[in-house]
Design a protein around this ligand. Structure first.
Ligand code: KE4
Length: 423
């Protein structure tokens, strides 16, 4: 019974585009009414009709500790009593910058913003300011937030042009964004050969999690590190999803690769709106007020968000076993689907990220992801939701595990997923 969600959805559509504040939440690609959430604790969410669900979206990543972690909530509640925002520097910002640098040593200098989009937009601007070059390379199927220059798809002449992937973005804003194919070294090399001294940076999701979950093949990230050095371009790791998720030091720790710049979001805010970008001191010295690259933000580093972020990162830092626990849970889910489907699906899993593609073949890039059967995914989604299991409402997202997912709930989920294939 989802009466109240349906009522709220209709009301929401009157004053919010599509009734949601972020498109994926509208459940369009799974053809359902979005569940309006009333509360969430641990690995459970309860919707406005009282339906309780095991949550594998985790707010698309931030919820690595589970919802309403007592220690985080308690610290945020106390912080609120001292005021919500000052527009002035605070000790928390120093502590968070120090902790980010400790956990991700490549980010010796960082700047806080309020979203992953802002972090990426700013990092690209810094890369252009530092190298004095205009072009950037991104990968088809990777998502880096909604700043104009990154909403592109490969143009017909993929080596030279990109066309906007959204209305309202002038061609001029995307002409400097070149598009390569994930896991395809030749496509990257061709762009560098065609633009040898014009590419400011390559930006990549070290594990792609916005076309479903697609893993970097052996050597791909090392190749990006080498070719950017060879051509004097910067390597930007967009770790908005992988940061503090794949390992405490993110994908750059997991894969032992040092990018020049990193962007963060989601977990770094512990559920509150924080993004961050940072990297080598000589690069970040370009950022205002000490350098010529301008970037600013009213609520950047605000005391409530930094309290949630600090509390979350400190728990992750102090619990050496958490990443092992997360991976074991994710592997159980992945192995269950692989065995039950008897090869009919491609399951990509790394750390606490799981992607299920309804595609018999392997999925190693955007074309592969697009070939998966999204109608089957919608049926899988509906089957699980009926049983109180809430996975991402789109084939092109990821399943996220949290430290709050109990063994009992993982058991229940595995049984439901196995039964889907026996139904
Ligand atoms: P935000 O502006 O949404 O905080 O971050 C943008 C962003 C940047 N980089 C990566 C790798 C990201 O995954 C994201 C945002 N992720 C999506 C989930 N696929 C956010 C969910 C949504 O759009 O509602």
């Amino acid at each position: 019974m989802i009466t109240k969600s349906k009522q709220l959805f209709e009301a929401a559509k009157q004053h919010i585009p599509g009734g949601v504040n972020s498109p994926v939440r509208a459940f369009a690609s799974v053809g359902q009414t979005p569940r309006f959430i009333a509360s969430a604790h641990g690995d459970r969410m309860i919707d406005v009709d009282g339906n309780e669900m095991i949550d594998y979206v985790c707010s698309f990543g931030p919820g690595i500790l589970g919802h309403a972690h007592p220690e985080v909530v308690q610290k945020v509640q106390k912080a609120c009593e001292k005021g919500l925002t000052y527009g002035a520097p605070t000790e928390n910002e120093v502590l968070l910058a120090e902790l980010i640098a400790e956990l991700m040593p490549s980010m010796e200098v960082s700047r806080l913003v309020s979203s992953g989009t802002e972090a990426v937009m700013s990092a690209v601007r810094v890369a252009r300011g530092y190298t004095k070059r205009d072009k950037i390379i991104k990968f088809k199927g990777c998502y880096h937030g909604h700043s104009d220059g990154l909403l592109v798809k490969a143009g017909s002449a993929a080596l030279t042009t990109s066309v906007p992937d959204s209305a309202g973005v002038p061609d001029d804003y995307t002409k400097n964004t070149l598009v390569a194919q994930y896991n395809d070294k030749d496509s990257v090399e061709a762009l560098f050969l065609a633009n040898p001294k014009e590419i400011a940076a390559v930006i990549v999701e070290p594990v792609a999690a916005n076309m479903g979950v697609v893993l970097p093949e052996d050597g791909f990230l090392d190749f990006l590190r080498e070719i950017t050095i060879q051509y004097g371009a910067l390597l930007i790791f967009d770790e908005v999803i992988t940061g503090f998720r794949l390992a405490c030091g993110g994908a750059q720790e997991y894969f032992h690769i040092t990018p020049d710049l990193t962007t963060l979001g989601k977990i770094v805010g512990g559920g509150m709106p924080i993004g961050a970008y940072g990297g080598r001191r000589d690069i970040m010295n370009q950022v205002s007020p000490i350098g010529p690259v301008y970037q600013a933000g009213t609520l950047s580093g605000n005391p409530i968000a930094t309290t949630a972020g600090l509390a979350t990162l400190q728990i992750l830092k102090e619990d050496a076993q958490i990443y092992q626990r997360l991976e074991q849970k994710a592997k159980r889910i992945a192995d269950t689907v692989k065995q039950a489907s008897k090869g009919g699906v491609c399951v990509n899993q790394i750390g606490s990220l799981v992607g299920v593609f309804f595609s018999a073949g392997s999925v190693r890039d955007y074309a592969g992801a697009l070939s998966s059967d999204t109608k089957q995914y919608a049926a899988f989604f509906a089957y699980l939701l009926e049983r109180g299991i809430y996975i991402a409402p789109s084939q092109f997202e990821a399943m996220f595990l949290s430290d709050a997912h109990t063994e009992e709930d993982i058991d229940f989920t595995c049984q439901a997923m196995a039964s889907y294939y026996q139904a």
